[in-house]
Design a binder for this molecule. Structure first.
Ligand SMILES: [Zn+2]
Length: 225
C-alpha cells in the first residue's frame, strides 16, 4: 500500500472572501477551508477538523513524528501566486500526537523552546473568563464528565468563538444546545472511532452514523446526575 500526498486530507488557505457552504458563516479573507465536492467549501468546524492544531512546516523530525502519531491529520496548502502552485504550509495534527512527538524530540533544547512558544501563543488567544464560564456550564449540564474534560471543551469553544468573523453573541454560545454540540463533538473525537473513520476516507455523515451509538452512551453516562 502506498500513501501518497494526493490521498491526504487537504485544507486550503483561501485567497479570497469565503463563506462556509454548510453553516453559512462568513469566514473572511485567508480562511482555512476544506473543499467538499458538490457541497462546496466547508469551514474547519463543519469539516470536523477544528480540534486539530497547526504545526507549521520547518521542523522535519517533529512533523514526521507528529503525523505518524496522529490518527487524523491534514496538509495545509496555500496558493502561491508567484510560483503558480499550491505550497505546503504545514500540518494539522492532534494535540496528543503533537505532545508525544515533542516528547520524543525533547532531547533537543530548541524543541523545548518552540513548545513553550506555541503554548504561550495558544494561551494568549484564550479569554480565560469565557473559558471558565463555559467549563462551568459544561459541568452543570454533564455532572459526571471526567475531571479536566470540561476545560478542554471550553478552551476549544473559546478558540472557535474568538476566531470567527460574524460570531454570535456570547450568551448564545453558552446555551444548552450549543454546550451539547460542543460536548458531542468532543466525545466523537476522543471516545469513538470517528477520527479513524474520517482518516480512512469515510464521509462525515457515514462516520457520524457509525459512531452514533457509542457517542450516545458516553453522553448519557456524563449526563447522569
Ligand atoms: Zn461551517
Amino acid at each position: 500500500m502506498t500513501t501518497t500526498e494526493s490521498q491526504d486530507l487537504k485544507v486550503f488557505i483561501s485567497s479570497r472572501e469565503s463563506v462556509c457552504d454548510e453553516c453559512g458563516e462568513e469566514l473572511g479573507r485567508h480562511a482555512w477551508i476544506v473543499l467538499a465536492g458538490e457541497r462546496g467549501a466547508l469551514c474547519l468546524a463543519c469539516a470536523d477538523l477544528d480540534h486539530l492544531l497547526f504545526l507549521p512546516s520547518g521542523d522535519a523530525a517533529l512533523t514526521r513524528r507528529a503525523r505518524a502519531r496522529s490518527v487524523l491529520s491534514a496538509v495545509v496548502l496555500k496558493w502561491s501566486r508567484a510560483r503558480k502552485r499550491y505550497e505546503r504550509q504545514g500540518l494539522l495534527v492532534e494535540a496528543g500526537a503533537l505532545d508525544q512527538a515533542e516528547q520524543e524530540c525533547l532531547a533537543d533544547e530548541d524543541a523545548r523552546a518552540r513548545r513553550r512558544e506555541r503554548e504561550a501563543a495558544r494561551r494568549a488567544e484564550l479569554d480565560q473568563q469565557y473559558v471558565q464560564r463555559f467549563a462551568l456550564r459544561v459541568r452543570e449540564l454533564y455532572p459526571r464528565i471526567p475531571p479536566g474534560r470540561e476545560v478542554a471543551i471550553a478552551e476549544h469553544a473559546c478558540l472557535k468563538y474568538s476566531g470567527r468573523v460574524g460570531r454570535s453573541a456570547e450568551a448564545k454560545s453558552l446555551d444548552e444546545q450549543a454546550i451539547r454540540l460542543a460536548v458531542v463533538a468532543h466525545i466523537r473525537h476522543t471516545e469513538t472511532r470517528y477520527d479513524e473513520l474520517l482518516a480512512a476516507g469515510h464521509e462525515r455523515w457515514e462516520a457520524r452514523a457509525e459512531v452514533e451509538g457509542a457517542m450516545a452512551r458516553v453522553l448519557a453516562r456524563w449526563e447522569a446526575a
